[in-house]
Write a protein that binds this ligand. Structure first.
Ligand code: SF4
Ligand code: SF4
Length: 449
């Protein structure tokens, strides 16, 4: 029988500020299956004795059900082969680490549940245990390249709208036929913005330099070019210079969910020199999707701690609303709003909450007269591909149910989330015909520009 880590004397919960250790993914031990199993046992046993995270996602209930159904009702009687069932349910939202766990470093128990799940996913990926469908679905680079061809994009949209054709999509991509999938647009955001003149005027305020190089993101480029245009219009309306990066690649977040760390390295090798060069030339960075900001703010610096480019980008990347609120603090936000927004059911996505920047979107939208923000801080259930994959769609809709009920209850004029995929997932749950509006688009409407 394994010794229980919980039996050792220890302080109950850490009192010091949490720290995050770099991910030692180039070490031999990281890829050692026995070492991983021993660490899973150690951390799962701590979690079983704690159970604080039971309501966060389905990973923890899966673990606790396995323990409770075992003959001893302890982890020692749970089959090691069942550990993968827990890993499968983690979508790396990071909430357990950032908002719940008292045993994160520097506490001596050194619990980093999301990064342990990532290590397990990475080993499974290298063993070839990830389905071809899941790999295809996270290949935003290839999908984006194909979708850049107008006729392909139109065909994909037509297929996605056809219930009959969705059966084929289910077989090839593993997408549940009822899941809402994004539309592809032409021209793309980068094409729309490429021709626009860039004003390089800049007025610094607090940590912001007043000049922003925009990481458009794959989703922003192909699936929501209007939102990217809205972001640029709002920033320029506030005296901030905005330009595109010379080129960009997927941030790597979809590959993180898969555990494909080698692919993330390839993407980082393309992105980091371009982003770091922009930072060195005096530009800050922003992106319209919290997950992509989080990738550069947290995961890439932890995967490549030796990279000075990664550290430079980490220090200069901002959430768009965080950026605008820094400007507001210095009296540089335009508060001449022309249109009230009414009641907004606003969902704060996990990947924005774990950036520890505070509720900046909510604070800014609350400045608009005639606007009532009904804030919701709870998992949307979307979480990357979790909300569309055949294997997890039903569970994702179940996770979304409390948020969907709350939105229905408040009878909001708008459903909004900084994460466009979470927003659409929730709107889909409320009413199959309803759509979400990104907060930056709401802000543009309020300005009347
Ligand atoms: S990172 Fe998120 S999904 Fe994964 S175990 Fe923690 S709370 Fe659950
Ligand atoms: S991750 Fe931390 S807070 Fe959550 S159940 Fe495990 S030990 Fe408890």
């Amino acid at each position: 029988m394994n010794e229980s880590f919980r039996d050792r004397p220890s302080a109950e919960g850490g009192l010091q500020a949490p720290t995050r250790h770099p991910l030692p993914w180039r070490s031999a031990e990281f890829w050692d299956r026995d070492a991983l199993e021993a660490e899973l046992y150690r951390v799962f046993d701590i979690c079983h004795g704690c159970r604080r995270c039971v309501s966060l996602c389905h990973a923890f209930p899966t673990l606790f059900d396995l323990v409770d159904a075992s003959p001893t009702m302890e982890l020692d009687a749970v089959a090691k082969s069942d550990y993968a069932k827990v890993v499968e349910q983690c979508y790396l939202c990071d909430l357990c680490y950032q908002t719940k766990c008292p045993y994160v470093p520097p506490h001596e128990w050194n619990v980093d549940f999301p990064h342990l799940m990532l290590r397990a996913k990475a080993q499974a990926f290298r063993r070839g245990e990830v389905s071809a469908q899941h790999r295809r679905l996270t290949d935003t680079t290839r999908i984006g390249r194909l979708a850049s061809i107008p006729v392909v994009a139109e065909t994909v949209n037509a297929i996605n709208r056809s219930p009959t054709m969705r059966k084929a999509v289910r077989a090839i991509m593993g997408v549940h036929p009822d899941a809402r999938v994004p539309e592809y647009h032409h021209p793309t955001a980068r094409r729309r913005l490429r021709k626009q003149a860039v004003d390089v005027h800049a007025q610094p305020a607090g940590p912001t330099r007043g000049r922003v190089a925009l990481f458009v993101t794959c989703y922003g480029n192909h699936n929501m070019p209007q939102v990217v245009e809205d972001l640029v219009a709002v920033f320029r309306h506030n005296g901030i210079s905005v330009r595109l990066l010379e080129r960009e690649q997927c941030c790597g977040m979809p590959k993180l969910e898969l555990g494909d760390l080698d692919c993330i390295e390839r993407y980082a090798q393309t992105n980091l020199p371009v982003l770091a060069q922009a930072v060195r030339e005096g530009w800050d960075i922003t992106a319209p999707i919290p997950s992509c900001v989080l990738m550069f703010r947290q995961e890439i610096p932890l995967l490549f701690p030796e990279s000075s480019d990664a550290q430079a980008v980490r220090a200069a990347i901002f959430d768009p609303f965080e950026y605008l609120m820094h400007r507001h603090k210095a009296g540089l936000l335009n508060t001449e709003f022309k249109q009230p927004l009414g009641k907004v059911a606003y969902h704060a996505p996990c990947h924005q909450r774990v950036q520890n920047i505070g509720p900046k979107t909510r604070e800014l939208l609350s400045l608009i007269p005639g606007t009532q923000i009904e804030g919701i801080e709870r998992c949307s259930g979307h979480d990357g591909t979790y909300g569309v994959r055949d294997a997890t769609y039903e569970r994702a809709m179940k996770i979304a149910r409390p948020v969907v009920s709350r939105i229905r209850q408040v009878q909001a004029d708008h459903i909004s989330s900084d994460c466009p995929m979470a927003g659409e997932h929730l709107a889909h749950g409320v009413d199959r015909a309803r759509h979400a509006v990104h907060p930056i688009s709401l802000l543009r409407r309020a300005y009347g520009i």
